[in-house]
Every structure is written in structure tokens, then in C-alpha cells.
Design a protein around this ligand. Structure first.
Ligand code: NAD
Length: 487
């Protein structure tokens, strides 16, 4: 079995305990992971705190920080095959996807490397004579980062890149489900030459490791990606240290198709939107909202595509849908599907949990027209699409916005005016018009409502890892006046 270690204060070390990681394709233990509890978390946060204020990192210029980030980007690109294979092995995300995604992750580090020396303060036109006042932009402090199992290298890059560009130090908790790629990534951090303590990477369970980290008095900001339940606990923990939070949570994103849409394009985008990453994607377009006259044709084409998907070993380049990351997730998806069927949803395809090893679940389509069911409100985080139809544009919009989430959305129509109208009226952080799942380091990303707050990606993400300090300087040689006379 492979053994992985934590990376704390520039050293690789075993955790306070260990646990086994299971191969999602077979269910067999394949690696031993270190488990951090309170003591490991304390060591990591103390290391990050010392590095922030006392070490070489504190004295480094912004350009030097940028150079280290460029080096890290190159190392990620060079090591992409190893990282991709580990992510596939430990989480079941198919190798086709991990290979493409990790190659692109390098460009996130490059983008933030370039921004490191473009974070400027400002000089204020203050309303007092003989006074200069300026704002310095300083790193916000030690950042606690928490990520879920899916796309961990990507979800951490959108946090680590801007945090390091801004001069912060950090402790990253990899998900207990599939931490191997991030624990391996720590080797690249060391190789890139970041001073010890700047980046600390560990793993452990939410209730112990995650709680200790998010409550820690020396943590200033928490960057969290995960589900709303854990997010609530994280926010409650932050009542102790009053750390600021950014929350990237789940979704129940609408995928709206009008009868005038290019249906071939829309079918392909819907397949990618719900079955890519075996549906374990925060932006999964999990609610198809389709104009009634094209519903039957669209569903027939979608069913044919879904049934032709190659399901298999995630390590096989030909595989299109692999296993879910954990047995727990497989059971969660099946439970929601069976509850939806009991509530009246019509199974168009899939919906039968396979026997045998591995956490597989078939691409599933539920026709939910005219019923109210969990499948329209709950995030499955699996390959399950729920379908509703509409007659009018107003009805389409009402169905789209009928959710407590608000992460992503897709609209397929050839009517430009309508596309613009929807981009204004949909309550979601991302609207894709005649496309889906496009992301870029240059474009901010984040949600409304239960999908969280804060934006990752783009210029503004760097500023979220800074705070301003206001500096006042008198330019007068006159002595400070009598304190009892106001100026
Ligand atoms: P989860 O919320 O159960 O766990 C996420 C992380 O939080 C894990 O590392 C876990 O250990 C940690 N955690 C759990 N309890 C904690 C606590 N009390 N204190 C501190 N940390 C704690 O999520 P999951 O089931 O692993 O992942 C799936 C969820 O993540 C879905 O809802 C999905 O939509 C969401 N997600 C969102 C985005 C986004 O960018 N918006 C991206 C990917 C995934």
C-alpha cells in the first residue's frame, strides 16, 4: 500500500493517526493516509503564523512571490500525469478529466503569479491640510483552506494562487475522501522553494481536523468549498476567531432549453453538464427545463446518448463515466433517486444501483413534470438529471429560480434578446448562454443563496486575501497642538 504524509513547517511527517483510502473502482484499500487532529493542526497554524510574520516570506518582494508561483505552475504542468493518476486513483474521477483539468490548473497558478506584483495601495485626497494618508494592501493573515473530494487540485489552486500572490500563508485541509493528489502536490510546493511554513497541507476528518482548523485563534480567513451543512458548522466555528469566510457551496443548477435552440449543441452540453465528473460537480446542470414542443425529441436524444456512455475503470482513457468517490455517495444518490421515483418521478433511464464492487451509478434521467420531489430541490452530486417542461418564458424563469441554491445556469436559445433577458433575471452567480461548464482563471466564479458567497478567480480574488491599512502622516513641522482643541 502507498503511504502518504502531511506537509507541515516544510517537513513531511506522519499524522497523529492514520486511515485507509479506498479505491472507488474496487472498494479495496490502496493507500494509507495520515490523519491530522488538534495537535497537527496547531503545529501547521503556528508554522504558517511564524512564516507570515518572522520568516523570509515576510521580507520577500511581491515579484519574488510571483516568481515562486511561476515555478510552482511549471512544476504542476510537468507533474500533471502523476497528479492526474493519483487523483483518479483516489477519487474515481476519470483520467480523461483529471489529465485535462490538471494541465489547466497550471494556468491558474500562472495567472496569480502575474498578479502578485500588481496589488497596489492608494493615496487618498484627504480633506486636511498638512496630512498625507495612504492605504497599504497587506495579506489578510493565515488562511485556512478546506476542500471537498472532487477536483481538489483545481479547487485548491483557486485559493492557493491568490492567497500566495497576496502574501498570505496557509493551511490546507485536503478532503478525507481522496487526499492523495494534494499530499503529493505538497512535494511540488517544497521543490518550488517556498519558505517553510508558507504552505502547509494536511488531511483529516471534518469534525476533528476541520473544526480545529476553522476555530483556531491564529486563522484570519477561511476559504471553504463543500456542502451547505459543513459550511454552517464552519461559520459557527468562526464565531470563535471571527475569521472572515468565503464559501463555495453546492448547486441545483437549471439548464433551460428553448424550442428555437440548436438542439444538437444543447444535447451535448446537457450530457457534459450532468454526466461529466459522474455528476460530482458543483455546477452540474441537474435540472433540465425544456420547452414543451421539443421535450420528447430532446429526451429521446438524451436517453440515447446517456445509454451509450462508456462506464468503466476511471484509469482507462476510453471511460466516460467512472465510479462515485465513495460508497456513502453512491448510497446517497440511490436513496434520492428511489425517493423521487416514489414521489412520482418517471425513470427515463438508469436508476438501478449495480451490484458488485466499486461505487458505480448509471447515468439517470428522471422526468419530474407535474410532481414535486426531492429531485428538484436536493443536490444529488451524482449523474442524475431531473426534467421539467414549460410553455412560456415566464414559466421557464420561475422554474429556474425556484431553488435555494444559485451557483450556475445554462440557457440555450437562438433569440439574442431573450438570452440577454435571462442573463439579467436568473438568480445565479454564473450564466452560460449557449454553452456550459466553461471556466477560466480570468473569470470570477461563485454563488448566490445556499451556493455561498465570495468569488474565486479573476482579479478581485486576490483582493479578498488582502486587508487595507490606513497610514496617516503629518507633513507639518509644527508640534502636535493642545489636545483639547479640535482641528
Ligand atoms: P462536505 O461539505 O461534506 O465536505 C467538504 C469539506 O469540509 C471536507 O474537507 C470535510 O472534511 C470538511 N468538513 C466537514 N465538516 C467540517 C467541519 N465541521 N468543520 C470544518 N470542515 C468540515 O462536502 P463533500 O460532500 O465532500 O463535497 C460535496 C459538496 O461540495 C457539494 O455540495 C458540492 O456542490 C460542493 N462543491 C462546491 C464547489 C464550488 O466551487 N461551489 C466545488 C466543488 C464542490
Amino acid at each position: 500500500m502507498r503511504r502518504f504524509q502531511h506537509y507541515i513547517a516544510g517537513q513531511f511527517a506522519d499524522g497523529e493517526a492514520r486511515f485507509e483510502s479506498l479505491d472507488p473502482a474496487t472498494g479495496a484499500a490502496w493507500a494509507e493516509m495520515p490523519e491530522a487532529r488538534e495537535a497537527d493542526v496547531n503545529s501547521a497554524v503556528e508554522a504558517a503564523h511564524s512564516a507570515l510574520y518572522d520568516g523570509p516570506w515576510a521580507r520577500m518582494t511581491a515579484s519574488e512571490r510571483g516568481r515562486l508561483l511561476y515555478r510552482l505552475a511549471d512544476l504542476v504542468a510537468e507533474n500533471a500525469p502523476v497528479l492526474a493518476e493519483l487523483e483518479t486513483r483516489d477519487t474515481g474521477k476519470i483520467i480523461r478529466e483529471t489529465s485535462a483539468q490538471i494541465a489547466y490548473v497550471a494556468s491558474y497558478y500562472r495567472y496569480y503569479a502575474g498578479l502578485a506584483d500588481k496589488i497596489e495601495g492608494s493615496f487618498l485626497p484627504i480633506d486636511k491640510p498638512d496630512m498625507d494618508v495612504w492605504l497599504r494592501r497587506e495579506p489578510v493573515g493565515v488562511v485556512a483552506m478546506i476542500v471537498p473530494w472532487n477536483s481538489q487540485l483545481f479547487l485548491s489552486a483557486v485559493k492557493i494562487g491568490p492567497a500566495l500572490a497576496a502574501g498570505c500563508t496557509l493551511v490546507l485541509k485536503a478532503s478525507e475522501d481522496g487526499p492523495a493528489p494534494l499530499l503529493e502536490f505538497a512535494r511540488l510546493v517544497k521543490e518550488a522553494g517556498f519558505p517553510e511554513g508558507v504552505v502547509n497541507i494536511l488531511t483529516g476528518f471534518g469534525a476533528s481536523c476541520g473544526a480545529a482548523l476553522t476555530r483556531h485563534p491564529k486563522v484570519a480567513h477561511i476559504a471553504f468549498t463543500g456542502g451547505p451543512e459543513a459550511a454552517r458548522r464552519v461559520v459557527a466555528n468562526s464565531a470563535d476567531n471571527l475569521a472572515s469566510t468565503s464559501l463555495e457551496l453546492g448547486g441545483k443548477s437549471p439548464f433551460i432549453v428553448f424550442a428555437d435552440a440548436d438542439l444538437t449543441s444543447a444535447v451535448n452540453a446537457q450530457v457534459a453538464g450532468i454526466f461529466a465528473a459522474t455528476g460530482q460537480s458543483c455546477v452540474a446542470g441537474s435540472r433540465l427545463i425544456i420547452e414543451r414542443p421539443v421535450k420528447d425529441e430532446f429526451l429521446a436524444r438524451l436517453k440515447a446518448k446517456a445509454e451509450a456512455i462508456r462506464i468503466g475503470s476511471p484509469l482507462d482513457m476510453a471511460t466516460e463515466v467512472g465510479p462515485l468517490a465513495t460508497r456513502r455517495q453512491q448510497e446517497h444518490v440511490d436513496r434520492l433517486v428511489q425517493a423521487s421515483v416514489s414521489a412520482g418521478a418517471r425513470l427515463v433511464t438508469g436508476g438501478v444501483k449495480p451490484e458488485g464492487p466499486g461505487n458505480y451509478y448509471p447515468p439517470t434521467i428522471l422526468d419530474c413534470d407535474g410532481i414535486s420531489s426531492l429531485s428538484l430541490t436536493e443536490e444529488f452530486f451524482g449523474p442524475v438529471l431531473s426534467v421539467q417542461s414549460f410553455e412560456t418564458e415566464a414559466e421557464a424563469l420561475r422554474l429556474a429560480n425556484d431553488t435555494r441554491y444559485g451557483l450556475a445556469s445554462g440557457v440555450f436559445t437562438q433569440n439574442l434578446a431573450r438570452a440577454h433577458r435571462f442573463s439579467r433575471q436568473i438568480r445565479a452567480g454564473v450564466v452560460w448562454l449557449n454553452t456550459y461548464r466553461a471556466v477560466s482563471p480570468i473569470a470570477p466564479f461563485g454563488g448566490y443563496g445556499l451556493s455561498g458567497h465570495g468569488r474565486e478567480g479573476g482579479l478581485s480574488a486576490v483582493l479578498d486575501y488582502t486587508r487595507t491599512k490606513t497610514v496617516w502622516l503629518t507633513t507639518s513641522d509644527a508640534p502636535f497642538p493642545d489636545p483639547f482643541v479640535m482641528r
